[in-house]
Design a binder for this molecule. Structure first.
Ligand SMILES: [Zn+2]
Length: 99
C-alpha cells in the first residue's frame, strides 16, 4: 500500500513512508486527514437512510448507486473543465507571439 518517495498529489510533499496510495493517488497523512473521509458509522447511517427511502419508493437509488452516479458526474465535470481550460491555453498560444 505504501510507496516511498512519491509526491503527495495535494501538497507535493515527499514524506517517504508516510505517503500512501489511496484509490490510485499518492497522498500524505496530513492531506489525508483534510479529505473529510466518512467514517464507517456515517456510511452505515447513510446506507440505512437510503434503504428506508427505497422501501417507501422503489424508484429511488440505493446508496451505492447514488455514489456511483456522483463519481460519474464528477468525472464528466472534470473533463468539461479541463477542455475549457485547454481551450483558453490553445487560444492564448495563437494570440501570443512566440519569437
Ligand atoms: Zn500532502
Amino acid at each position: 500500500m505504501t510507496k516511498k518517495n512519491e509526491e503527495c498529489y495535494r501538497c507535493g510533499g515527499i514524506h517517504g513512508s508516510e505517503n500512501m496510495k489511496l484509490h490510485g493517488y499518492t497522498i500524505c497523512t496530513t492531506c489525508r486527514s483534510k479529505l473529510g473521509l466518512l467514517t464507517d458509522k456515517t456510511i452505515k447511517r447513510h446506507l440505512k437512510s437510503f434503504e428506508k427511502a427505497k422501501a417507501i419508493d422503489p424508484n429511488k437509488l440505493t446508496y451505492e448507486e447514488e455514489i456511483r452516479r456522483r463519481v460519474e458526474y464528477l468525472e464528466k465535470d472534470y473533463i468539461s473543465k479541463r477542455i475549457k481550460l485547454f481551450h483558453v491555453l490553445e487560444r492564448l498560444d495563437l494570440m501570443i507571439d512566440h519569437d
